[in-house]
Design a protein around this ligand. Structure first.
Ligand SMILES: [Zn+2]
Length: 207
């Protein structure tokens, strides 16, 4: 299919380092270095095709064992559709995503004694990813995906899950709108000792 002018414009968008981007500002940090939004735990490829990942200092889950890893391209991409445009970048994404998934799983299994085939939810390794992209100028930002244990407050069904549809529906009679209820999520800092251990364990699992 011939791409429209607008599609071509989006795919070929300038992805050079942006001075006013908070994630571009983290790209030059080395693995193990504390960046503003976490510690860099992985870097793959180079500045043209590479990705990097940080361990967030905060979690919306249980700070005793939950944590979030953020995965970002080293280029300033703003849309998923741009990943394949740059040679080698899709491959590097696959490498980065799989390495992080493996490391997170290994760390969770070791520190919590989780099982490969668990009878119940409690001892299973539930891992999820979330990311979004838009072309709405106001909301365009450096592409980033989050990987996190899908449990507790941050393990609630999302709108694309079939189980979301099964949630009980309430009605606001005044406004005439239907709604569903969710458990509130509040991000909290992970205790420094726990955080440093997580960094150490993830780095070791990634090596
Ligand atoms: Zn950026």
């Amino acid at each position: 299919m011939a791409y429209s002018k607008q599609a071509k414009k989006l795919f070929m968008e300038n992805s050079r380092k942006m001075d006013d981007c908070n994630l571009c500002a983290e790209v030059d940090n080395k693995v193990g270095a504390k960046a503003r939004y976490g510690t860099v735990i992985l870097k793959t490829g180079n500045k043209d095709n590479g990705w990097f990942a940080t361990l967030s200092p905060r979690t919306g889950g249980n700070p005793k064992h939950d944590f979030t890893v953020q995965l970002m391209p080293q280029r300033h991409l703003t849309h998923f559709s741009q990943i394949g445009v740059h040679p080698g970048m899709a491959e590097q994404f696959g490498i980065c995503f799989s390495l992080i998934s493996k490391a997170m799983t290994a760390v969770m299994m070791q520190s919590e004694g989780l099982l490969a085939n668990a009878k119940g939810k409690g001892l299973s390794v539930a891992l999820a990813t979330y990311g979004k992209s838009t072309t709405w100028t106001e909301k365009k930002e450096h592409l980033h995906l989050k990987l996190f244990p899908f449990r507790g407050n941050i393990g609630q069904p999302y709108t694309v899950d079939s189980s979301f549809e099964k949630k009980e529906i309430y009605l606001n009679k005044n406004k005439g709108v239907a709604f569903v209820k969710m458990t509130p999520v509040k991000k909290v800092l992970i205790d420094a000792k726990k955080y440093n251990k997580l960094v150490k364990d993830l780095l070791s699992a990634l090596n």
